[in-house]
Design a protein around this ligand. Structure first.
Ligand code: NAI
Length: 353
């Protein structure tokens, strides 16, 4: 009998970040080190206050524990959230200060890109610590921007879900993509090449315009994308999009996208199931990025990344089949599987200096 940790268990470690000289302010949350060092990206975003930033970090770090466990990676879960300062600031200096904070954790936390951070930021972090991934790749080695790997996992999972849930090929369907940044835009390219029709929305109108020109995507206002007449809704912006307000407005039969923490509350998964909507768990489909990060950190090659990313869609397929058979939401089944992996791990964290 496996004893399962409850959702939102207290984090192992919560490290406040405060360096007035560089204007660094934020938090690193290490949620679990049962499977290895806590790994998860660094988010750089405008938060109105530290409470909001910390709440986001807690949820994101927990999500990383589940994602890494389900993907079979030798990593625990963690996340850094940095508040983007108002006005002028020296970005390079800020990320170097963050790098020093990561170094002080001596390998208990491994960072990488997330929303708002770039390869250049990772290079600044790397001036202070080696516990960073998402750096420019060397030939044949894993590395660089992980977004294309994330988009591949989401695309292939969506394909699988369309076949299982609708019995149709993705190329015959319409997909509404919310947020067309690094992952969303790459997902749109793959979908267009497969023949799918696209509906897109982004707070940055330029991003939508280029997809309209390239792929004939229909552009909707940001507040209309949830109820777009589509077969699949793909959240690829920020979290919390599946909430009491949106659940009754979603027109699509499948929700499958890259955004982390799509469910505002865990119960939303069951609400959607009862409405006949299949929510494909975010952390099950968007593991491509952390798979790339993990391989880079462990010194593995791109062939290993490709092998692990290719395993995402079949795993998602099995999850959907099991959820349908058990009449439960796929999210509940995924949580069970991830929690079993975490609970059965014997190994304590190995903190490399
Ligand atoms: P990004 O920052 O490149 O793109 C996000 C896009 O969403 C931007 O274009 C932004 O303007 C847009 N956006 C923000 N708020 C919006 C709103 N309310 N409505 C519509 N659009 C909005 O970030 P990226 O890397 O593409 O990540 C997207 C999501 O996927 C995030 O939730 C991230 O945590 C998640 N993710 C990303 C991974 C990666 O490899 N980049 C890996 C796993 C998850």
């Amino acid at each position: 009998m496996v004893t399962r940790p409850a959702r939102l268990t207290p984090p192992v470690q919560c490290v406040p970040l405060h360096d007035p000289e560089s204007r660094l302010e934020g938090v690193i949350v290490i949620h679990s080190t049962a499977l290895g060092p806590g790994a998860g990206g660094c988010r750089f975003w405008s938060y109105p206050d530290m409470d909001r930033a910390q709440a986001d970090a807690l949820r994101l770090a927990e999500g990383m524990s589940y994602k890494n466990a389900l993907a079979g990676l030798p990593l625990g879960g963690a996340k850094a959230v940095l508040r983007r300062p108002e006005g002028d600031f020296d970005r390079s200096r800020l990320f170097q200060a963050f790098g020093r904070a990561v170094a002080e954790l001596r390998g208990a936390y491994v960072t990488a890109e997330d929303v708002g951070t770039t390869v250049t930021d990772m290079q600044d972090i790397a001036r202070a610590t080696r516990h960073v991934a998402g750096l420019p790749a060397r030939t044949g080695r894993a590395g660089g921007d992980p977004s294309p790997w994330t988009a591949q996992g989401v695309f292939e999972s969506m394909h699988q879900a369309a076949e299982i849930v609708l019995g149709r090929d993705l190329g015959e369907l319409t997909v509404a993509v919310q947020g067309v940044g690094n992952v969303g835009a790459d997902l749109c390219r793959r979908l267009a090449e497969a023949g799918a029709r696209l509906i897109v929305a982004d707070v940055d109108p330029q991003r939508c315009e280029s997809l309209r020109v390239q792929y004939g995507a229909t552009v909707l206002p940001v507040n209309a994308i949830v109820e777009a007449e589509a077969d699949v809704f793909a959240p690829c912006a920020l979290g919390g999009v599946l909430n009491d307000h949106s659940a009754g407005r979603i027109a699509a039969r499948i929700v499958c996208g890259a955004a982390n923490n799509q469910l505002a509350q865990p119960e939303m998964a069951e609400t959607l199931r009862r409405r006949g909507i299949t929510y494909v768990p975010d952390y099950g489909v968007n593991a491509g990025g952390i798979i790339s990060v993990s391989a880079e950190y462990l010194g593995e090659g791109t062939d290993e990344v490709a092998r692990r990313v290719a395993a995402i869609a079949p795993r998602v397929g099995a999850l959907l089949e099991r959820a349908a058979h058990e009449k439960r939401s796929p999210a509940a089944v995924a949580d069970d599987l991830a929690e079993e992996v975490i609970a059965s791990a014997q190994r304590p964290a190995t903190a490399a200096a």
